[in-house]
Design a protein around this ligand. Sequence first.
Ligand SMILES: [Zn+2]
Length: 365
Amino acid sequence: MKNVEKSIDLGGRKLIAMRDVQDAVAAGASSIVTAANSVVTPSARDFLQQHGIELVTGKAIAESQDAVHPAASSAATGSMAVNRRLFSTPEAEAIKKEICSVGRKLWMRQFVDGNGGNISYRIGPNEVLCTPTLVSKYDLTPDDIGMTDLEGVQVAGSMPRTSELLLHLEIYKAVPEAKAVLHCHPPHATAYAITGHVPPSLIIPEFEVFVGKVAISPYETPGTKAFAETVLPYVKTHNTVLLSNHGIVCWADTVTHAEWYAEVLETYCWTLMIASQLGAPISQISQKQGDDLLALKKKLGLPDIRFDTSRMKECQLSDLEVPSAIALPPTPCDGPPRRGSTATDGDLESLVKSVTDAVMEAMGK
Ligand SMILES: [Zn+2]
């Protein structure tokens, strides 16, 4: 029993999350008014129930009001408005489904464990669809996907956003052409990331064409702003970055393509590890042959920063900026330590051939 009845009006909000109800309870609310069309997250609802706080449904938020979230006027977002309508457009619904199917691929390929990994898509200038926290990527459903602004303030969705979103947002802000960002922990690529080695280039055509060059960023505690900023020196010039002692992050024009980069990198690292166990030196293709692959890539219309000579200079500079304590130059000798690695397929030749054939077939189209 409360001595004083106090109702707090949250009717202007489309999403009511844990923090909102905690604040309301701290302010002494005995009931909370919500808009008829607002969403109360499950954890917020549980919290209210546990504290005996009544939820009162008020009138719906008008569409015009709905289009701009309070976050839009916050100092953090400046004058950049949030278009909340984007969240339920046919395009958003299709992307939510794509995020779920890509999440399932990540889990099936053992690129994520537990609730690990996260996926996002920049659907508008200030709007990002993203996966929720604490959900296995295998179990994702379109209803789990939320939307935030570019500062990470959640503006739609019933589940709280991933805590790793800051990493994605730094990439979107630094690379305008990045539409999708994907973070995961594929074991063989992560093995490189924990040894501070980047895989050597000019070994397998598919990697040259789709990834081409991989950087490694220094370690910081995941989920922090400092961690998110570690990738900044590399993301303008690399679509795939190894995160020291952690995993990888890829960006692309679509969620599907970002996942392809993760697959290509993981297979490449795995193949190199198997090859390193054969005892024979790994042969590289020539720079000229590498250039031919790049020319084919251009012909296929696939984007690559190496087509842009001014950005290539930037790329070479950023390579020099790789912290020397954790990164070694990419040379064929830079294989990972043999100790601890696992060979699951001794038939290297057929593996390399099948990858090469797949690329050649793709290029022939
Ligand atoms: Zn992670």
